[in-house]
Structures are given as structure tokens and as C-alpha cells.
Design a protein around this ligand. Sequence first.
Ligand SMILES: Cc1cc2nc3c(=O)[nH]c(=O)nc-3n(C[C@H](O)[C@H](O)[C@H](O)COP(=O)(O)OP(=O)(O)OC[C@H]3O[C@@H](n4cnc5c(N)ncnc54)[C@H](O)[C@@H]3O)c2cc1C
Length: 399
Amino acid sequence: MDFDLTPEQRHWRDLARDYAQRVIRPRAEQLDREQRFPYDIIAEMADLGLLSLTLPEVWGGRPVSFVAYNLALEEISRADTSVGITMEAHISLGCAPLAAWGTPEQQERFLAPCATGRRLWAFGLTEPNAGTDAGGTETTAELRDGQWIINGEKKWITNSGTDITAGVTVMARTGARPDGRPELSAIIVPQDTPGYRRGPAYEKLGWRASDQHPLHFADCRVPESHLLGARGQGFRQFLQTLDAGRVAVGALSVGLAQACFDEALARAKTRRQFGKAIGEFQAIGFKLADMATEIELARTMVLKAAWLRDRGRPYSREASMAKVFASETAKRAADQAVQIHGGEGFMERSAVARYWRQVKINEIGEGTSEINRQIIARSLLNEGAERPREAAGKVATQA
Ligand SMILES: Cc1cc2nc3c(=O)[nH]c(=O)nc-3n(C[C@H](O)[C@H](O)[C@H](O)COP(=O)(O)OP(=O)(O)OC[C@H]3O[C@@H](n4cnc5c(N)ncnc54)[C@H](O)[C@@H]3O)c2cc1C
């Protein structure tokens, strides 16, 4: 077993850490307060290659390991999870499906501008009546005279309405399967397509400098060639997309937990009561010890899941485990960070108050903790606790 990072992994972690601490962290509070999407930061991250990680070189991407990507994402999220989710949704949800299932023509037209990070791509799965039960998608796409005609509504779609968004992959019902369940397919919808409209941005508890909108499709027409992958493969596609996304939300959570710890440690060393630094009281020291221990474990789980994926091994169970544990670790870390700050932690502009608001979404997005526990339990019941050391193909999961 080798816990040392490769030179490539160290490079991307250190590059992301340097940029995030120097540029993003000092601006995070203001961006959150003003609920402003940071176009200049996103452009600089594109220049640095941070929005291209894992994507194909031929289109301007940086095909680094999944471990390297998650290390970089952790560092960006440690500075600001709004920027972290913008990066994660662009790479894992937006571009990865185009890279995995796009034809060369689709990739040249839609992935190439996004793989450089100059443009963003979104992934539209969630609907008003289809959240956790995404298989219950109600949006329809009907093939008529060589065109898909899309009707329906999507909800909370990240990166869907920025000035640099190029389009969205929409999950739609394209028919019925022989067993009567909906046939789902993924369809590419460029931003300026007539019949496709975005509603106003949401006001949110956290991730306030990131971009989410409802999407409306009313007889929205795209050519038949905009089908992404094979017809009827949508369910499998979104499960695979979410598996990878869960590891990444785990990395995002570890970054936020680390930020909570950073603030708590600094406060424990500098705040004095009863003539000494509060960190010298065992009650505070043990909180720091518990936070650091859990963060270490969460990071190890995230990197192990990413490592399994890099080796083409099944990692669905580990992705869900990493997401559940990392998101809940971050929640506990945010809570303790506020506690260690006392009244200061309750003040609107304190970093830990912002972290406390930000942290909740990690237990919800890309599969709630409940559904991830269900995936873990089903995997244990079906396969047992022991994992095969080498296995061909992926473990199927159902959200
Ligand atoms: C800020 C933000 C950004 C997002 N970005 C995107 C995006 O880019 N693309 C996209 O497609 N979606 C996106 N989403 C949607 C997100 O993935 C969903 O919110 C999430 O999947 C949960 O769905 P829901 O909110 O409808 O909750 P619901 O499905 O209504 O669940 C409500 C509660 O019921 C529980 N529950 C539901 N079913 C079960 C069950 N079978 N067993 C046990 N408990 C259950 C859930 O765990 C949860 O606690 C985003 C959401 C937010 C808030």
C-alpha cells in the first residue's frame, strides 16, 4: 500500500491550494454576501487548467487521474465551496457525460469549448416531481421528423444560467420500456435553442456565489443527432455520472471540513480565557482532535474511492460511503468550529458562520444521505462485505 501522492497529484493539489488560498479565500465572504458569480475567478481557473481536469486532451482538457482532480477540488472547496461546486458540476456533471458518451462530432461542437473551461456545461436531471426518484422523470422528448421535441421542467440546475454557459444535457422520457417503466435518454440542448428558457436564479442558504436555475422546455426542438449515447441508456448514464459525482462531493465536503478546522485551530490558539489559550482546555483540545481524526478518515475514503475509479474497479459503494461520511464530517466540523468561536462564530460575517450555512447541502446534492445509505445497504446485502479485488465492469446501483 502506497499513500504517497504521485508528482502529478501533488502538482494539481499544490497549484489549486496556492491559487485558492491566495485569490479565492480572501474574496469568499464578499461573493457570498453579494450572491455574485465570480467570472474573473472562473476565467483564471480555466487558464490554470483547473476546469479541464480529467477531460480529453484532444479538446483542450487535462486528462489527469480522478485522484488528482479530487485533490484539486478539495483545495478549491477549502477556500470556497461555491467555487468548488461550480468546478465540480462543470467537470463531473456537465462535461464528463459528453466525454463518456458523445460522438466525435458532438464532442467537437459541445465539449471542446467547455473542456478548456472557457464555457460551462450543465446537467439537468432533477425535476419538481422527480428528485431522489430521478427515474420518475416527467420531461418528455418526442422524435418527430428528425427532431427531438422537448417539453417539461427541470429544477436547481447548477451552471445553467451563467453568461458563459454553453448548454445543458437534459434527461428526458423518450418512450416506455417493455416492462412499462419509462425509457430515459440524454439529450443535448445548446443554450440559445428556441423553446428553452431559464427561470430566475434561486436565493439559497449556501453556495450563494454559484449559479442554479429552473429550466423550462416548451416544444423545444433539437436535431435527432443531439441524442447523447444510445436511446434508452439515460438511467444507466445518470447512475454512472452520479457515482463519480458523489466522490467529488465527498472531496468538496473534506475541503469545507478542513476550512472549519483551520479556523477553529487558529481561534483555539489565539483566544485567551482564564489566562490561557482556549485550546489548552481539554474540552477544546478534544474537539480539535476529533475534527482532525474524522477529516483524515473522510479524506482517505474519498481518495480510496477515486483510486478505485482510476483503476476501473467497482467503486459505487465506496463512493456512497465517502459521500455520506465526508458530508456528515463536514457538518460536525462546522458545528464545532462555531462552538469554538463562541459568540464570534454567530456573527454574520465570520467565516465559520458561512461554513455552517454552506455545509448542509452536501448531505442533499447528488444523492441524499438517506439514498446513499440505501445504496450501501443494498450493495452489502447483494454482494456481502468483502469486495472482489479485481472485478470487471461496474456495480449497478439504483437511486
Ligand atoms: C443548490 C442545488 C444544486 C443542485 N444542482 C443540481 C444539478 O446541477 N443537476 C440536477 O439534476 N440536480 C441538482 N440538484 C438537485 C439535487 O440533486 C436534489 O435536490 C437531490 O437529488 C434530492 O432531491 P430532492 O431535493 O427533490 O429531495 P426529495 O427527493 O424530495 O427527498 C426529500 C427527503 O426524502 C428522502 N427520501 C426520498 N426518497 C427516499 C427513499 N426511497 N428512502 C428514504 N428516504 C427518501 C430524501 O433522502 C430526503 O431526505 C441541486 C440541488 C440543489 C439544492
